[in-house]
Design a protein around this ligand. Structure first.
Ligand code: BDR
Ligand code: CA
Length: 307
Protein backbone atom coordinates (compact mmCIF):
# COMPACT_ATOMS: atom_id res chain seq x y z
CA UNK A 1 0.00 0.00 0.00
CA UNK A 2 0.99 3.62 -0.60
CA UNK A 3 1.82 5.38 2.69
CA UNK A 4 0.19 8.82 2.83
CA UNK A 5 -0.30 11.80 5.10
CA UNK A 6 -3.64 13.50 4.52
CA UNK A 7 -3.62 17.23 5.25
CA UNK A 8 -7.20 18.45 5.28
CA UNK A 9 -9.90 20.90 6.39
CA UNK A 10 -13.06 18.75 6.76
CA UNK A 11 -15.35 19.74 5.02
CA UNK A 12 -17.84 17.32 3.47
CA UNK A 13 -15.63 16.25 0.60
CA UNK A 14 -12.53 16.03 2.81
CA UNK A 15 -14.54 13.65 4.99
CA UNK A 16 -15.26 11.43 1.99
CA UNK A 17 -11.54 11.44 1.16
CA UNK A 18 -10.69 10.34 4.72
CA UNK A 19 -13.28 7.55 4.59
CA UNK A 20 -11.92 6.33 1.23
CA UNK A 21 -8.32 6.37 2.46
CA UNK A 22 -9.19 4.35 5.56
CA UNK A 23 -11.21 1.85 3.52
CA UNK A 24 -8.70 1.19 0.73
CA UNK A 25 -6.26 -1.70 1.10
CA UNK A 26 -4.02 0.11 -1.39
CA UNK A 27 -3.54 3.07 0.94
CA UNK A 28 -1.89 3.27 4.32
CA UNK A 29 -3.07 6.35 6.17
CA UNK A 30 -0.09 7.17 8.39
CA UNK A 31 -1.32 10.51 9.75
CA UNK A 32 -3.96 13.19 9.36
CA UNK A 33 -3.14 16.87 9.81
CA UNK A 34 -5.56 19.76 9.81
CA UNK A 35 -5.46 23.27 8.44
CA UNK A 36 -7.82 26.24 8.58
CA UNK A 37 -9.84 26.53 5.37
CA UNK A 38 -13.43 25.41 5.03
CA UNK A 39 -13.86 26.57 8.60
CA UNK A 40 -11.64 27.81 11.41
CA UNK A 41 -8.95 25.43 12.63
CA UNK A 42 -10.71 24.38 15.85
CA UNK A 43 -13.78 23.30 13.88
CA UNK A 44 -12.07 21.39 11.06
CA UNK A 45 -9.72 19.74 13.54
CA UNK A 46 -12.65 18.55 15.63
CA UNK A 47 -14.34 17.32 12.45
CA UNK A 48 -11.27 15.30 11.44
CA UNK A 49 -11.30 13.50 14.80
CA UNK A 50 -15.04 12.87 14.49
CA UNK A 51 -14.78 11.50 10.94
CA UNK A 52 -11.90 9.20 11.93
CA UNK A 53 -13.98 8.04 14.89
CA UNK A 54 -16.86 7.29 12.50
CA UNK A 55 -14.38 5.29 10.40
CA UNK A 56 -13.12 3.52 13.54
CA UNK A 57 -9.58 4.50 12.57
CA UNK A 58 -7.27 5.76 15.27
CA UNK A 59 -4.45 7.34 13.31
CA UNK A 60 -2.19 10.13 14.61
CA UNK A 61 -3.87 13.52 14.11
CA UNK A 62 -2.31 16.96 14.64
CA UNK A 63 -3.55 20.50 14.25
CA UNK A 64 -1.72 22.89 11.99
CA UNK A 65 -2.04 26.46 10.80
CA UNK A 66 -4.95 28.59 11.97
CA UNK A 67 -4.19 31.32 9.43
CA UNK A 68 -2.64 31.43 5.95
CA UNK A 69 1.03 32.48 5.60
CA UNK A 70 0.26 36.13 4.99
CA UNK A 71 -3.45 36.67 4.26
CA UNK A 72 -6.46 36.92 6.49
CA UNK A 73 -8.33 33.60 6.62
CA UNK A 74 -11.33 33.21 4.31
CA UNK A 75 -13.62 30.30 5.17
CA UNK A 76 -16.30 28.43 3.21
CA UNK A 77 -19.17 28.31 5.68
CA UNK A 78 -21.41 29.18 2.73
CA UNK A 79 -20.69 25.68 1.37
CA UNK A 80 -20.00 23.53 4.43
CA UNK A 81 -22.05 25.30 7.10
CA UNK A 82 -21.35 26.63 10.58
CA UNK A 83 -19.56 23.52 11.86
CA UNK A 84 -17.78 22.95 8.55
CA UNK A 85 -19.61 19.66 8.13
CA UNK A 86 -23.35 20.19 8.59
CA UNK A 87 -25.99 17.69 7.53
CA UNK A 88 -25.53 14.65 9.77
CA UNK A 89 -24.65 13.76 13.33
CA UNK A 90 -21.07 12.62 13.81
CA UNK A 91 -19.83 10.71 16.86
CA UNK A 92 -17.80 12.53 19.49
CA UNK A 93 -14.04 11.92 19.10
CA UNK A 94 -13.07 8.60 20.67
CA UNK A 95 -9.40 9.51 20.86
CA UNK A 96 -7.20 12.54 21.34
CA UNK A 97 -5.00 14.36 18.86
CA UNK A 98 -1.23 14.48 19.22
CA UNK A 99 0.15 17.39 21.21
CA UNK A 100 2.70 18.29 18.53
CA UNK A 101 1.90 20.53 15.56
CA UNK A 102 0.89 19.32 12.11
CA UNK A 103 4.31 20.25 10.73
CA UNK A 104 6.05 18.28 13.50
CA UNK A 105 3.81 15.27 12.90
CA UNK A 106 4.50 15.38 9.16
CA UNK A 107 8.26 15.60 9.82
CA UNK A 108 8.18 12.76 12.36
CA UNK A 109 6.10 10.51 10.09
CA UNK A 110 8.36 11.18 7.11
CA UNK A 111 11.55 10.58 9.16
CA UNK A 112 10.28 7.35 10.67
CA UNK A 113 9.12 5.88 7.38
CA UNK A 114 11.23 3.24 5.64
CA UNK A 115 10.00 4.31 2.23
CA UNK A 116 9.01 7.58 0.63
CA UNK A 117 5.77 9.24 1.75
CA UNK A 118 3.03 10.71 -0.41
CA UNK A 119 1.47 13.95 0.85
CA UNK A 120 -2.22 14.44 0.08
CA UNK A 121 -3.34 18.01 0.77
CA UNK A 122 -7.07 18.67 0.38
CA UNK A 123 -7.18 22.11 1.96
CA UNK A 124 -5.14 25.31 1.72
CA UNK A 125 -1.43 24.49 1.43
CA UNK A 126 -0.26 26.37 4.54
CA UNK A 127 0.94 23.33 6.52
CA UNK A 128 2.68 21.76 3.54
CA UNK A 129 4.54 24.97 2.64
CA UNK A 130 5.53 25.50 6.28
CA UNK A 131 6.83 21.93 6.45
CA UNK A 132 8.87 22.36 3.25
CA UNK A 133 10.40 25.60 4.57
CA UNK A 134 11.16 24.14 8.00
CA UNK A 135 12.53 20.78 6.84
CA UNK A 136 14.20 21.22 3.42
CA UNK A 137 16.26 18.08 4.09
CA UNK A 138 13.12 15.95 4.18
CA UNK A 139 12.04 16.96 0.67
CA UNK A 140 13.82 13.98 -0.81
CA UNK A 141 11.76 11.71 1.45
CA UNK A 142 8.52 12.85 -0.22
CA UNK A 143 7.52 10.71 -3.19
CA UNK A 144 4.90 13.10 -4.52
CA UNK A 145 2.21 15.58 -3.55
CA UNK A 146 -1.26 14.63 -4.78
CA UNK A 147 -3.36 17.71 -4.12
CA UNK A 148 -6.82 19.14 -4.65
CA UNK A 149 -6.54 22.74 -5.71
CA UNK A 150 -6.63 25.21 -8.56
CA UNK A 151 -7.87 24.73 -12.08
CA UNK A 152 -8.17 26.61 -15.34
CA UNK A 153 -11.08 28.54 -13.90
CA UNK A 154 -12.22 29.33 -10.38
CA UNK A 155 -15.03 28.89 -7.87
CA UNK A 156 -14.43 31.55 -5.23
CA UNK A 157 -13.51 34.09 -7.94
CA UNK A 158 -13.79 33.58 -11.70
CA UNK A 159 -10.09 32.70 -11.77
CA UNK A 160 -9.28 31.17 -8.38
CA UNK A 161 -10.22 27.94 -6.69
CA UNK A 162 -10.87 28.11 -2.93
CA UNK A 163 -7.88 26.14 -1.55
CA UNK A 164 -5.36 28.12 -3.59
CA UNK A 165 -7.15 31.45 -3.04
CA UNK A 166 -7.03 31.02 0.75
CA UNK A 167 -3.23 30.74 0.74
CA UNK A 168 -1.64 31.55 -2.63
CA UNK A 169 1.80 32.12 -1.07
CA UNK A 170 1.79 28.60 0.32
CA UNK A 171 0.59 27.20 -2.99
CA UNK A 172 3.44 28.93 -4.83
CA UNK A 173 5.99 27.40 -2.47
CA UNK A 174 4.50 23.94 -3.03
CA UNK A 175 4.35 24.24 -6.84
CA UNK A 176 7.94 25.49 -6.91
CA UNK A 177 9.22 22.83 -4.53
CA UNK A 178 10.52 20.47 -7.20
CA UNK A 179 8.56 17.60 -5.66
CA UNK A 180 6.43 15.77 -8.26
CA UNK A 181 2.88 17.13 -8.06
CA UNK A 182 -0.41 15.63 -9.16
CA UNK A 183 -2.95 18.44 -9.39
CA UNK A 184 -6.63 17.61 -9.13
CA UNK A 185 -8.24 20.97 -9.82
CA UNK A 186 -11.77 22.02 -10.68
CA UNK A 187 -11.34 20.85 -14.30
CA UNK A 188 -11.50 17.27 -13.08
CA UNK A 189 -13.30 17.56 -9.74
CA UNK A 190 -16.40 19.06 -11.35
CA UNK A 191 -16.53 15.95 -13.53
CA UNK A 192 -16.30 13.67 -10.48
CA UNK A 193 -19.76 14.43 -9.16
CA UNK A 194 -22.45 12.44 -7.43
CA UNK A 195 -26.07 12.47 -8.58
CA UNK A 196 -29.03 12.14 -6.24
CA UNK A 197 -29.34 8.51 -7.36
CA UNK A 198 -25.72 7.90 -6.38
CA UNK A 199 -26.34 9.49 -2.97
CA UNK A 200 -29.46 7.38 -2.44
CA UNK A 201 -27.47 4.24 -3.22
CA UNK A 202 -24.76 5.27 -0.73
CA UNK A 203 -27.35 6.09 1.96
CA UNK A 204 -28.60 2.51 1.90
CA UNK A 205 -25.18 0.86 2.18
CA UNK A 206 -24.56 1.14 5.94
CA UNK A 207 -24.29 3.65 8.78
CA UNK A 208 -21.40 5.52 7.22
CA UNK A 209 -23.40 5.70 3.99
CA UNK A 210 -26.36 7.13 5.90
CA UNK A 211 -24.11 9.85 7.29
CA UNK A 212 -22.83 10.62 3.81
CA UNK A 213 -26.43 10.83 2.59
CA UNK A 214 -27.04 13.57 5.16
CA UNK A 215 -23.87 15.36 4.04
CA UNK A 216 -25.04 15.13 0.44
CA UNK A 217 -28.35 16.79 1.29
CA UNK A 218 -26.62 19.71 2.97
CA UNK A 219 -23.81 20.04 0.41
CA UNK A 220 -26.24 20.08 -2.53
CA UNK A 221 -28.04 22.97 -0.84
CA UNK A 222 -25.13 25.09 -2.01
CA UNK A 223 -24.06 23.22 -5.12
CA UNK A 224 -27.61 22.79 -6.42
CA UNK A 225 -28.39 26.52 -6.14
CA UNK A 226 -25.20 28.45 -6.66
CA UNK A 227 -22.80 26.36 -8.63
CA UNK A 228 -23.49 26.36 -12.34
CA UNK A 229 -20.20 24.63 -13.09
CA UNK A 230 -21.18 21.11 -12.15
CA UNK A 231 -24.31 19.00 -12.75
CA UNK A 232 -24.15 17.27 -9.33
CA UNK A 233 -22.29 17.30 -6.01
CA UNK A 234 -18.59 17.60 -6.88
CA UNK A 235 -16.31 15.22 -5.03
CA UNK A 236 -13.30 17.55 -5.15
CA UNK A 237 -11.06 16.11 -2.46
CA UNK A 238 -11.90 12.42 -3.07
CA UNK A 239 -10.29 12.74 -6.54
CA UNK A 240 -6.86 12.66 -4.85
CA UNK A 241 -7.50 9.33 -3.15
CA UNK A 242 -9.29 7.90 -6.19
CA UNK A 243 -6.27 8.83 -8.34
CA UNK A 244 -3.89 7.10 -5.93
CA UNK A 245 -6.02 3.97 -5.96
CA UNK A 246 -6.55 3.89 -9.73
CA UNK A 247 -4.83 6.56 -11.84
CA UNK A 248 -6.22 4.88 -14.96
CA UNK A 249 -9.60 6.43 -14.19
CA UNK A 250 -8.09 9.85 -14.86
CA UNK A 251 -6.61 11.78 -17.77
CA UNK A 252 -3.82 14.27 -17.23
CA UNK A 253 -0.95 16.03 -18.88
CA UNK A 254 2.48 17.13 -17.67
CA UNK A 255 2.32 20.93 -17.47
CA UNK A 256 4.09 23.85 -15.90
CA UNK A 257 1.85 25.36 -13.23
CA UNK A 258 2.49 28.62 -11.42
CA UNK A 259 0.42 30.52 -8.88
CA UNK A 260 -0.68 34.16 -9.05
CA UNK A 261 -0.19 35.58 -5.57
CA UNK A 262 -1.04 39.24 -6.13
CA UNK A 263 -3.13 39.68 -9.27
CA UNK A 264 -5.80 42.38 -9.17
CA UNK A 265 -8.38 40.05 -10.68
CA UNK A 266 -6.52 36.78 -10.51
CA UNK A 267 -5.18 36.40 -6.97
CA UNK A 268 -4.90 32.68 -6.21
CA UNK A 269 -5.16 31.59 -9.83
CA UNK A 270 -3.20 28.56 -10.95
CA UNK A 271 -1.69 29.42 -14.32
CA UNK A 272 -1.52 26.13 -16.21
CA UNK A 273 0.63 26.08 -19.34
CA UNK A 274 -1.61 23.45 -20.92
CA UNK A 275 -0.40 24.00 -24.48
CA UNK A 276 3.25 24.53 -23.61
CA UNK A 277 3.40 28.15 -24.74
CA UNK A 278 6.44 28.64 -22.51
CA UNK A 279 9.45 26.36 -22.49
CA UNK A 280 9.26 25.99 -18.72
CA UNK A 281 9.75 22.44 -17.50
CA UNK A 282 6.57 20.74 -16.33
CA UNK A 283 6.25 20.63 -12.54
CA UNK A 284 2.84 18.95 -12.27
CA UNK A 285 0.65 16.26 -13.71
CA UNK A 286 -2.42 18.37 -14.43
CA UNK A 287 -5.47 16.12 -14.18
CA UNK A 288 -8.41 17.32 -16.25
CA UNK A 289 -10.72 14.39 -16.91
CA UNK A 290 -12.16 11.36 -15.15
CA UNK A 291 -14.25 8.32 -15.98
CA UNK A 292 -17.12 9.45 -13.73
CA UNK A 293 -18.87 6.10 -13.57
CA UNK A 294 -15.57 4.37 -12.77
CA UNK A 295 -14.99 6.89 -9.98
CA UNK A 296 -18.49 6.38 -8.55
CA UNK A 297 -18.16 2.58 -8.72
CA UNK A 298 -14.84 2.79 -6.89
CA UNK A 299 -16.47 4.90 -4.16
CA UNK A 300 -19.40 2.48 -3.80
CA UNK A 301 -16.98 -0.43 -3.50
CA UNK A 302 -14.82 1.31 -0.88
CA UNK A 303 -17.79 2.27 1.27
CA UNK A 304 -18.79 -1.39 1.61
CA UNK A 305 -15.81 -1.62 3.98
CA UNK A 306 -18.01 0.04 6.62
CA UNK A 307 -20.75 -2.62 6.51
C1 BDR B 1 -12.17 22.83 -2.24
O1 BDR B 1 -12.64 23.80 -1.33
C2 BDR B 1 -13.31 23.19 -0.26
O2 BDR B 1 -14.56 23.77 -0.07
C3 BDR B 1 -13.42 21.72 -0.57
O3 BDR B 1 -13.24 20.95 0.61
C4 BDR B 1 -12.33 21.48 -1.57
O4 BDR B 1 -11.11 21.13 -0.93
C5 BDR B 1 -12.93 22.99 -3.54
O5 BDR B 1 -12.72 24.24 -4.09
CA1 CA C 1 -11.01 20.51 1.42
Amino acid sequence: PTPIILDCDPGHDDAVAILMAVASPLIELRAVTTVAGNQTLDKVHYNALRVLTLANAQVPVAAGACTPLSKVLVTAGYVHGESGIEGAELPKPAFAAETCSAVELIAKTVKESDGLITLVPTGPLTNIATFLLAYPDLKSRIKQIVLMGGGQYGNITPSAEFNIFVDPDAAKIVFQSGIPIVMCGLDVTHKAYLTREDADHIRKLNKVGETLGGFYDFYTGYYGQHNKQCPGAPMHDPCTIAWLIDPNLFTGRQCHVDVETHGQLTEGMTVVDFFGVTDKTANAEFIYDVDRQGFVDQLFELLKYYS
